[in-house]
Design a protein around this ligand. Structure first.
Ligand code: SOE
Length: 380
């Protein structure tokens, strides 16, 4: 096996999810390349040391520029807040490193354009961590759509609902709460949650032509963890948008962190001429399927338990009938990235795909501001 030496920047929720994937992937997938946990990097020396020891990284750095300059690192994994993605990715590309970047790709589409140009100029392998594309049931949905089983598609509907920011006492900013700070995140639920829905939608149903959006910020001021002062909240707490896809179908999307009772309810539904399908992250190993061509007396919604060896990724795991979960979507993403290096057909979503999502995010935010239908810039 060929070693691929990983240098990860960030040790938060995503740092853990990615590290877990690197550790597990070669236990379950037959691959030519195998990840070596070479270095973890973050500003807080004590914390990054503890993280490195826990997850098995061989060394630490406290300055990301030093990490990128090291010649014993092949891949830079960017698992830090959105405002840092561009600078790190561009420097890593210039240093000839492969890059795996957390979503959304850029702080905004302008940054994502620069990042995409940098990796394409340097010809380095690149991918964005849109992990939900790698849930077996979502891949099965893609397979059914691509086989034409739904026929012409009329509707695409998606939600991503959470409830963790309802309290007005929750501060913004700093390590755990940077997602609430517009200067670190760029936007609220649009870039954080709807970006997932958009990535899946672009993959399953093709490009989005235009959008009409509304956003709301329910809590207008919060204490900032870094300044200690009460500051204006700049992120969108909730967002809903309508869109036209390039294939003529209509899209309806909603996301909020104020849907009491919902923790991470990502759902999507696609309605076609012959069949419909739906998926729910809370039940992620299942795909709901309705086929109008079934004989009338047994026609109805089928709940497919995606756990059999002939279903996406499942032969790599346990015996048929035993399900997998959230963490495995990251393992699949690493497996596909490594397979891409082996076969010469790079895994997606790459930075250009991430840019396509960022164009939609930017159009949504612009439409919410102008209260007008807004065209989405298309990737070439
Ligand atoms: C936000 O709470 C969050 O952690 C997102 O940042 C992730 O991308 C999403 O998968 C789960 O929710």
């Amino acid at each position: 096996m060929k070693p691929l030496r990983i240098g990860i920047i960030g040790y938060g929720f995503m740092g853990r999810a990615h590290s877990n994937a690197y550790r597990k992937v070669t236990n379950f997938f037959d691959l030519e390349y195998h990840p070596v946990l070479q270095a973890a990097c973050a500003r807080d020396e004590g914390k990054v040391k503890a993280f490195a020891e826990r997850w098995g990284y061989a060394s630490i750095e406290t300055d990301w520029r030093k990490l990128i300059a090291r010649d014993d690192i092949d891949v830079i994994d960017i698992a830090v807040p959105n405002n840092l993605h561009a600078e790190m990715a561009i420097a890593a590309a210039k240093a000839g490193k492969m890059i795996l970047c957390e979503k959304p790709l850029g702080f905004n589409a302008k940054d994502a354009e620069k990042m995409t140009a940098a990796v394409e100029k340097a010809k380095v392998a690149n991918m964005v961590w849109y992990n939900y594309r790698r849930c077996p049931a979502v891949v099965l949905a893609k397979q059914l759509i691509d086989e034409g089983k739904l026929g012409r598609i009329f509707h695409y509907r998606a939600n991503f609902l959470q409830d963790w920011t309802i309290s007005a006492d929750l501060p913004q900013g700093g390590a755990a709460l940077w997602r609430l700070d517009v200067k670190a995140a760029g936007s609220g639920v649009t870039g954080d949650l709807l970006a997932h829905c958009i990535d899946t939608a672009l993959w399953l149903n093709g490009g989005i032509k235009d959008v009409n959006a509304m956003t709301e910020t329910f809590i207008k001021e919060r204490k900032h963890n870094l300044t200690g002062k009460v500051e204006k909240v700049g992120i969108d707490d909730a967002c809903a948008f309508l869109c036209h896809f390039n294939n003529g179908s209509l899209g309806l999307f909603e996301s909020t962190r104020y849907a009491r009772g919902h923790k991470a309810l990502y759902t999507f539904e696609v309605n076609g001429e012959h069949a419909s399908l739906k998926w729910d992250l809370h039940d992620l190993h299942r795909l709901q399927w309705f086929d109008h061509r079934d004989p009338g007396i047994v026609r109805g919604w089928r709940s497919i338990h995606v756990s059999d060896g002939d279903q996406p990724y499942m032969k790599n795991w346990w015996v048929p009938g035993l399900q997998i979960g959230y963490e495995h979507s990251f393992v699949h993403q690493v497996a596909d990235f490594l397979k891409g290096l082996e076969t010469g057909t790079p895994a997606r979503p790459n930075f250009r795909d991430g840019l396509a999502t960022d164009y939609v995010v930017d159009a949504i935010l612009a439409s919410a501001k102008s209260k007008k239908w807004t065209k989405v810039k298309q990737v070439k």
